[in-house]
Design a protein around this ligand. Structure first.
Ligand code: NDP
Length: 264
């Protein structure tokens, strides 16, 4: 029987996940189809997943923390952070995983001598990245628009600031994990602050993919080496697809066909 998968998010129309996963399924004759579901209310995730008869799903902005609560069981790193981006149905249970953080670690492999990272944003993606970076013994600083989500990072022993109490230092890498720039032309923090931060970093990365965000435009103007979120998307997608197909497909083929879908 054909298996059905979906990505849930708000917004979700920008997502390349359907193209990536369908490209793999088609080329490897795996009997499955991957669609997208616009979900405004994260508390409706489980009932929508079950009503659609899905075998698995990915979760994107802003529902990754809601996805953690929607699962009957959460495994591995996702349990540590309380953030889920991949769900698999096992029997009648929804099982949650997180493949974002490993995806990002893979994506920044080509950046050298990374010791100190400034993460802008404090949502689900920031939590996953900060927790993974701390596991790698990196020095992490977090900057967010509001205070309400900073407690998690302080407990992790990161330095965590809002826009007004921020203390500038120097960084090897600055990562934008906010959704500023995703469907608008906003910067993740006031322009003056972003300018001074980027004057004090070697590398820049944005979790947003498929567009030159205002944040990346400033990095480009300052001749800083940067990357958007495409490699992260690819790497988390490969890991998610392995979970969807229970490793029935070869990882090299998954990566090859996902990469191919970027040209479609
Ligand atoms: P969340 O909704 O969990 O968190 C959003 C964060 O962005 C919060 O810290 C929020 O601040 C901040 N924010 C939102 N709007 C603004 C704004 N206008 N100015 C400044 N800060 C803002 O989202 P996620 O962590 O799930 O996703 C964040 C981004 O990362 C999305 O753009 C998503 O597409 C991208 N992403 C890409 C991936 C990839 O594979 N390339 C994987 C995962 C995510 P506050 O706390 O003050 O509300």
């Amino acid at each position: 029987m054909k298996k059905l998968f979906s990505i849930f998010g708000d917004p979700v129309s920008h997502s390349r996940s359907p193209l990536m996963h369908n490209s793999v399924f088609t080329h490897l004759h795996y009997n499955a189809c991957y669609t997208r579901t616009h979900l405004e209310d994260g508390t409706k995730l489980k009932e929508t997943f079950l009503a659609l008869g899905l075998s698995g799903a990915n979760i994107t902005v802003p529902h990754k923390e809601a996805a953690f609560h929607a699962c009957d069981e959460v495994r591995g790193f996702a349990n540590k952070v309380g953030v889920v981006n991949t769900i698999i149905k096992e029997g009648s249970k929804l099982i949650g995983y997180n493949t974002d953080a490993d995806g990002f670690i893979y994506a920044i492999e080509k950046f050298h001598n990374i010791r100190t990272i400034l993460i802008i944003g404090a949502g689900g993606t920031a939590k996953a990245l900060a927790t993974k970076f701390i596991e790698h013994n990196l020095n992490i600083i977090v900057l967010n628009r509001s205070d309400s989500r900073l407690a998690y990072f302080k407990e992790l022993s990161c330095s965590a600031y809002n826009w007004s109490d921020f203390k500038l230092s120097s960084y090897d890498l600055v990562v934008n994990t906010t959704s500023a720039g995703l469907k608008d032309e906003e910067l993740p923090a006031p322009k003056k602050l972003i300018e001074s931060i980027l004057d004090n970093t070697t590398y820049v990365a944005d979790a947003i993919y498929g567009k030159m965000t205002p944040f990346l435009k400033i990095a480009h103007k300052k001749n800083i080496e940067y990357k958007d979120g495409a490699d992260m998307l690819l790497a988390q997608g490969v890991l998610a697809n392995e979970l969807f197909t229970h490793k029935e497909l070869d990882k090299k083929n998954i990566q090859k066909w996902m990469q191919h879908s970027f040209q479609l």
